[in-house]
Design a binder for this molecule. Sequence first.
Ligand SMILES: *Cc1c(COP(=O)(O)O)cnc(C)c1O
Length: 370
Amino acid sequence: MAIDAFANQFVCDLHAYEPGKPIEETARELGLDPADIIKLASNENPLGPSPLAKEAMREAIEKAHIYPDGGGYRLRHAIAERQGVEMENVVLGNGSNEIIELLCHSFLNPGAELIAAEHAFVVYKLMASLFGAGYVEVPDPGFVHDLDAMAAAITGKTRLVFIANPNNPTGTMVDEAALDRFMDQVPEHVVVCFDEAYYEFLETPPDTVKYVREGRNVCVLRTCSKIHGLAALRIGYGLASKGVAAILQKARQPFNANAIAQAGALAGLADDEHIERTRAVNREGLVFWQDAFRQRGLNFIPSVANFVMVEVGDGDAVFAEMLKRGVIVRALRSYKQPAWIRVSVGTPEENQRGLAVLDEALEATGFKAG
Ligand SMILES: *Cc1c(COP(=O)(O)O)cnc(C)c1O
């Protein structure tokens, strides 16, 4: 008998997350030089990590033989101060993805339900199935979360609602007034998670940390993987009401946030200059890509984040043609959008090359816009 029969069926049935294709893997498979490949596939910071973070991490390497501060005192303290909350409201994660898992581990069981938008970040669905819970997908017309419909979907079985704001892969957001109206309708037995991985890119960021201060059952997720340019370190954090935070703290491993990551995050989060520089590069890049799509008559979803979703006919084919030419983007079949790709904003040079290669790929696949 196959060993699967004796394993946890929720684990066996899980479809693993499909990440952006790594540069090294692409180079190996296509016989290209890794230095000639650009990755516009995982919404990373094209400027790299903050110089202050790099310096702090170099120092931290000297103490790599000592276990990290599992309580994350310095980093949690700094985050709490910056966000106007208390240390007890801050939970560190091995990437904010770990905190998504901790929320599901803590609040889901078979019989419980998680609510998310139809085109939400796919990890929520994977985590709901990992814990055997029901996944309630609420339609999001125009690729924007419909918070009134999401509130109406709450039942006695609902334990978690995920609001990705802005959402990935759509790049759309909901504003603070809509969030307030939603929160007015949420009962006490439901924990609302605002996944704000791209928060720092927003021109008009909605305040959700106020719900944490008000003691509502919420968890605001932030990450060092995007604007802070520390995706390889795997560190993110949750801002949660004290009750929710205490449960998440119990569910995590003792040393889930490693010492190098804590040091890099501490320095990186305070590097306002690097953040501002990144925002400027992104602002310019978003305009570049969206203008280019408009000029070509390509259908795209206007984005407030650091990536844009665009319709290209056959997303897998365009992805493959671009890959051959050394540019990695993201096909969106796993989001049930086979006609679309998602392009992350790069440096001006990367954007130029990415666009030239996209044009070649559209030509090669015979896609006609409009
Ligand atoms: C990138 C991303 C994250 C961040 O994941 P990390 O585990 O912190 O690297 C979280 N949520 C969404 C919606 C994202 O796109």
